[in-house]
Design a protein around this ligand. Structure first.
Ligand SMILES: Nc1ncnc2c1ncn2[C@@H]1O[C@H](COP(=O)(O)OP(=O)(O)OP(=O)(O)O)[C@@H](O)[C@H]1O
Length: 316
């Protein structure tokens, strides 16, 4: 099979069924070269299963997947792919650099590449430290370095921030931003909305093995019912009762002491006037842009309402 032009990954009807509603069903994806694409979904949505099919760890029951212009899982497709899907086998007693040297030897990669990838993941200063002494974030960075050894055109990262502390998450985010600048194609999975929101050019939302939405973060946001207003006011509960009476208001909630009003933002003056006239001090009023989290839960809720079975959404 030849080159697939600008497309790094193409899946058509990719299916692997483990049980009713469990697995991946009819997944259609097109990931362009040079983009960072996030597969977002709750636990058990089928993200890992999809990624495993792309690297040949699982054979699809039906459908096709093409990776870098070759059938997924074949030697020719894997030549250009670096993957972090299972924790790589790294020796605890060896330092980071020696671990990578061993892997470079297995993969017939020139040893000079080791220092390049250590630098790419920001681990040069810790390269001499034994792997067992690394923090989880450092171990994860070294695993990404291992995936980069072959200088892959496509990097597949399954939940790269899973289990990391906030510092590790920021480090991984910076690392992914660096990969994007390198013009590499990155396909990552995450259940962390904020991660995908910041790291990815496009996002596919997957639930119960099916792609339920796809687009840029801005496009996905556009599909949600407005954002409305955030109001900082004393006595937010009383304020909520008052604002609810306005006919233009669709819903009101109090989140973290702040009033969230689902209303056309042009109604800001009317909301402000009503509160002030009732003796409440409004210290802040701003337009609220829906976060990807709003989009995600909106979508999942929507599908929960219309889908054949219920789903538990768990945020790890
Ligand atoms: N080999 C298998 N045999 C049976 N069921 C499986 C197998 N692999 C995965 N599953 C099930 O398929 C569903 C999807 O799993 P998958 O690991 O792809 O989800 P995920 O979206 O990556 O979620 P998580 O973040 O929890 O890993 C889950 O219900 C899982 O238990």
């Amino acid at each position: 099979m030849g080159d697939d032009g600008d497309i790094a990954v193409r899946c058509e009807g990719l299916t692997k069924r483990f049980g009713p509603g469990t697995g991946v069903f009819g997944l259609d994806l097109s990931i362009r070269r040079g983009e960072v694409y996030g597969l977002l979904g709750p636990n058990g949505a089928g993200k890992s299963t999809a990624l495993r099919m792309l690297v040949g760890l699982i054979r699809p029951a039906s459908g096709t997947a093409t990776v870098l212009g070759h059938p997924a899982g074949t030697r020719s497709s894997l030549r250009g792919v670096g993957a972090l899907i299972e924790a790589p086998a790294l020796y605890p007693h060896l330092c980071g650099r020696d671990n990578l040297r061993v892997l470079a030897g297995y993969a017939s990669v020139p040893a000079a590449r080791v220092d390049r990838v250590l630098e790419a993941v920001g681990m040069t200063a810790k390269a001499h430290v034994a792997f067992r002494a690394y923090s989880l974030g450092m171990k994860q960075r070294l695993a990404v370095a291992a995936a980069l050894l072959k200088d892959p055109a496509l990097l597949i990262l399954d939940e790269p921030t899973n289990g990391l502390d906030p510092e590790g998450v920021v480090g991984m985010r910076d690392l992914i931003a660096g990969l994007r600048r390198d013009n590499r194609t990155v396909l990552l999975s995450s259940h962390l909305l904020s991660e995908v929101e910041h790291a990815c050019d496009r996002v596919g939302v997957i639930r119960r093995g099916r792609l339920i939405a796809e687009g840029t973060v801005a496009e996905l946001r556009g599909g949600v019912d407005g954002g409305g207003l955030s109001v900082t006011v004393d006595s937010p509960e009383r304020a909520a009762g008052l604002v609810r009476q306005l006919s233009a208001v669709r819903s009101v909630s109090v989140v973290g002491g702040e009033l969230r009003v689902a209303v056309d933002p042009h109604e800001a003056a009317a909301v402000n006037r009503l509160l002030v006239m009732n003796g409440l001090a409004v210290s802040g009023l701003r337009r609220r842009v829906p976060s990807l989290e709003d989009v995600f839960f909106d979508l999942v809720e929507d599908h929960r309402a219309t889908g054949p079975e219920s789903v538990e959404v768990v945020n790890r």
